[in-house]
Design a protein around this ligand. Structure first.
Ligand SMILES: *Cc1c(COP(=O)(O)O)cnc(C)c1O
Length: 436
């Protein structure tokens, strides 16, 4: 399998180069040359297969010969070393819980897969690999955890100051070692812009191989297909499910759309958004109008110009009608999200985190118009990860999981910077020089 840049200027590359490059030299996102078709046997037998085999079968065509089969299988075993249960929310809706990994959010899977692939490539190349990542909260924590102590790697995380939760901030800033945090006085879009500029800066490439760990990286993006296969593996209903995905940068849902193209039975996708509703309005009007992001209680979805929108266009050849047919989209205010959390807790004693609650709200909206549809919402974060927000909503204290309580005792270490490229660049160089 080769990957081309969506900007069509840079040459096509294999999985290894696309993973290490992150972004193509022409600043385009990479896209696979073709979407593999999964065999009927594989799809029909998903419930019989173990997680690592499912992951291996899905990723093998994408990885090609850049990682030997036995190494890829081991990477998959390590990546998927926690549970992904499908639990009942109400009569028509289930939740695929993607938050049982080390940082209690769904990005653990993609980040663990990526870090282990990069770790393999760094050993093979015997060269330092620098991971540069912008985060609105959860990406950074998952990446930090995934790469912590992976030999041959230095991780630099840019996050918006004051716009991530306390737990998220600790996950980004308290590990030390090969994990470094730049605290940007701006929003996520500023962080993303600075990272994009750093990649385009040839001088920085002298310090090692630069790579991104954002959802734009094909390793993270494509490995998320495994969630959807794990959902179908546990799906007992006769007809294919509607799947509602809490969406910010649209990497996760775009992976689901790729899995569907490969043959996975999904009736309909729903892109569930908070007040950052650029995509919802695109579905409604056909006009894509990126905006500055606004802050919400589901802050990992506070994205005003989703990076993966362009991949959705690519997947559907820019055909708006086709996109509209495959993806419904709804957006909800913080008040509506809070009401959903409070009601479900009162009625069924189930606690959802704010991101998952947005997906549940969207599923309810869909089911109001399609009474017989049964569906799956993706549970992208553990409710206790957002304890301060949910406690206010349900008016009750919730216990912090032990892993998190220990993390909270550690000391934050970050460098505060203005959202200015020359300042960011100097700090990045300082970190790299001092870590040698
Ligand atoms: C990142 C994140 C999202 C959004 O995922 P995208 O792939 O960026 O659309 C949703 N929920 C949580 C908890 C997240 O961390």
């Amino acid at each position: 399998m080769n990957y081309y840049s969506i900007n069509k200027v840079s040459p096509t590359v294999d999985f290894k180069t696309a993973t290490i490059n992150g972004l193509a030299p022409d600043k385009g996102l990479y896209f696979p040359e073709y979407i593999p078709t999964w065999s009927k046997d594989f799809i029909n037998n998903l419930s019989q297969l173990d997680k690592a085999t499912i992951g291996f079968e899905i990723m093998r065509p994408y990885v090609g010969n850049t990682i030997p089969d036995n190494v890829l299988m081991e990477i998959m075993r390590e990546t998927l070393a926690f549970d992904f249960p499908l639990t009942k929310i109400d009569d028509n809706t289930y939740c695929l819980e993607l938050f049982h990994g080390p940082t209690l959010a769904f990005k653990d899977l993609g980040a663990r897969f990526l870090s282990r692939c990069i770790g393999y490539f760094a050993r093979e190349k015997n060269e330092k690999i620098i991971i540069l990542v912008a985060t609105s909260g959860d990406t950074g924590g998952a990446v930090a955890d995934g790469f912590y102590n992976v030999p041959g790697t230095e991780v630099i995380i840019l996050y918006p100051s004051g716009k991530v939760s306390e737990v998220q901030e600790k996950q980004l800033t308290a590990l030390g070692g090969n994990i470094h945090a730049l605290e940007v006085e701006g929003d996520f879009d500023d962080c993303q812009r600075l990272v994009k500029m750093a990649f385009a800066d040839s001088e920085l490439h002298n310090y090692g191989m630069l790579t991104s760990a954002n959802s734009i990286n094909i390793s993270r993006w494509l490995s998320q297909q495994v969630y959807y296969a794990l959902a179908i593996a546990q799906w007992k209903e006769k007809s294919a499910p509607v799947i509602s995905v809490p969406s910010g940068n649209f990497g996760n849902i775009c992976a689901g759309l790729v899995a569907q193209r490969s043959g996975l039975p999904v009736k309909q996708f729903i892109a569930a958004c908070n007040t950052n509703d650029v995509f919802s309005r695109y579905i409604e009007t056909g006009v894509y109008n990126p905006l500055d992001s606004v802050q919400t209680i589901s802050n990992a979805m506070d994205v005003g110009n989703p990076s993966n929108f362009i991949r959705i266009l690519e997947l559907f050849n820019g055909d708006y009608q086709l996109i509209k047919k495959h993806i419904a989209s709804y957006s909800f205010s913080d008040e509506e999200t809070a009401a959903i959390i409070a009601n479900l807790y009162k009625k069924n004693h189930i606690l959802l985190d704010p991101h998952t609650a947005v997906a549940y709200a969207a599923m309810n909206a869909w089911q109001n118009e399609h009474q017989h549809d049964k569906g799956i919402i993706l549970g992208t974060a553990h409710p206790l990860k957002f304890a301060p927000v949910v406690e206010k909503i349900i008016n009750q204290k919730v216990a912090m999981p032990k892993k998190m309580a220990e993390l909270m005792k550690k000391t934050k270490k970050s460098t505060l910077i203005q959202p200015n490229y020359s300042i960011a660049k100097q700090e990045i160089i300082n970190i790299l020089v001092n870590s040698n």
